[in-house]
Design a protein around this ligand. Sequence first.
Ligand code: GTP
Length: 598
Amino acid sequence: ERQKHIRNFSIVAHIDHGKSTLADRILELTDTVSKREMQDQLLDTMDLERERGITIKLNAVALNYHAKDGETYIFHLIDTPGHVDFSYEVSRSLAACEGAILVVDAAQGVEAQTLANVYLALDNDLAIIPVINKIDLPSAEPEKVRQQIEDEIGLDASDAVLASAKAGIGIEEILEQIVKNVPAPDGKLDVPLKALIFDSIYDDYRGVVLSVRVFEGTVKAGDRIKLMNGGTEYEVTQVGFNSPKPIARDILMAGDVGYITASIKDIQDTQVGDTVTSAAQPTAKALEGYRKMNPMVYSGLYPTDNAKFNDLREALEKLQLNDAALTFEPESSQALGFGFRCGFLGLLHMDVVQERLEREFNLDLITTAPSVTYHVELTDGTKKVVENPAEMPDASEIKAINEPFVKAQIMVPNEYVGPVMELCQRKRGIFETMDYLDDIRVNVIYHIPLSEIIFDFFDKLKSSTRGYASLDYELEDYRPSKLVKIDILLNSDKVDALSFIAHTDFAAQRGRDITAKLKTIIPRQNFEIPIQAAIGSKIIARTNIKAYRKDVTSKIHTGDPDRRAKLLDKQKRGKKRMKSVGVVDIPQEAFMSVLQTG
Ligand code: GTP
């Protein structure tokens, strides 16, 4: 009976179309949080998410809705991130629901991530409720967007809700449509427990907290459960809903989305995507887990203080618990000491991990420039996977280097097709097709090396199309390219952490750009420091950092005390993020200079 009154759904959208704002309105309207507690974007709990205005981690919340039919429903709303780096998290949250609200901006229309997310929802057989948001904007064209949803996605949009999450218009209609159009969960109650772990966090007091969707059976405090992957068993200490604070309940049953705690101390034991079952009566077959996400980008993470290596390891283990896409393994660098080579889904993911490590775990880190993985064929017939440019074998030992290519889909108004193609071409892209979606909008498809996409491609795309283009991409295959490793020498010493891979045609230019850039970043010393770029033993670029005459950092020429304090603070933070290599101090920025050139 209770099952009939449960609705599990997610909200999917292209980034910035208003998903988090809509979630806030829904929470308000259902009195899940009092007005006093209401902070904007309540589901974005991480400080980082709030500051950046983006959703990173999925989050689930239970709410009560008194519908017009007189019944009270329990809604489980599972938030999803919108950025292309995190589509993995989207597919995870969708696996826990029966329905999805599709938010489309009435002024922007359907964009690349709208399509990508809808297809994920359709793959999961979800009921989709289209919502055209931001109808309060003067530039809103809701009827045009309704037509787009029909033509470009192939969804019936005749009942699409016209809404403004900001002004609170259409919210109740959305909730009514959820009651009507999202199917109630089914799943037997009198069978062994079968629950999917879709997220987990580590809490110092409660241990590991599992976020689960129960598909079959029931679970309550005192039950013995088994995690099917590792076979470990625990006694449940508490079950409940997040609302959004944890609220204990007597029992979770098939159809429910909630949490389980069981004094699980060992982080290693829990895996997102694993199935929880009853220890006494285990279910025969585990639920289908998640596709394993492979990192797209790698970089080295090093503590500025070498003594913090073990703290960094512990922090990475804890982060990995609710960020299954993060990978790490120890590595060492002559320049930076001991650290970890970490794998990320993209640059935003990398940024987020670094910031979380620094804030939540109080670490000061140096990150090396991100790199993709290369598949190298050696002259002796063996193959090698290179995740760190410093480990690229000598050119004389290499037969071929294969680099990852993505298939990129760019949606853009036709007046910007020229600049988009120019950009793709410059980034070594190979044109595939171009389709007109309607009179104005074009879908352009290119095959582009991943290494070109992860750097500043998206920024360049936005600036050359005045923000009108949207991008989605997926890894396609590895293709041979003419690539070389470029080493950087400071004071005649090779700094392994600064090595990078470039295309032969651009190598000389990149070498010049980077040495010039480093010259502006590395602080002067009381002696001259040569900076060189080299391919093998051949120097391709050279410049010098002049010796200083007087201490330039001690004087800040500004009368404004506020500004002075800010600058001093920046200097202090900058100093912490500095690594001494031989006699030269290298600031964090230097390791990223590869990203800012080319
Ligand atoms: P991610 O969480 O990063 O995926 O973005 P999102 O889709 O959740 O977008 P968010 O809710 O953060 O909204 C993006 C911007 O659009 C914010 O500045 C909102 O204030 C604004 N916005 C959201 N809904 C409306 C609306 O109905 N009307 C107007 N005018 N602005 C809106």
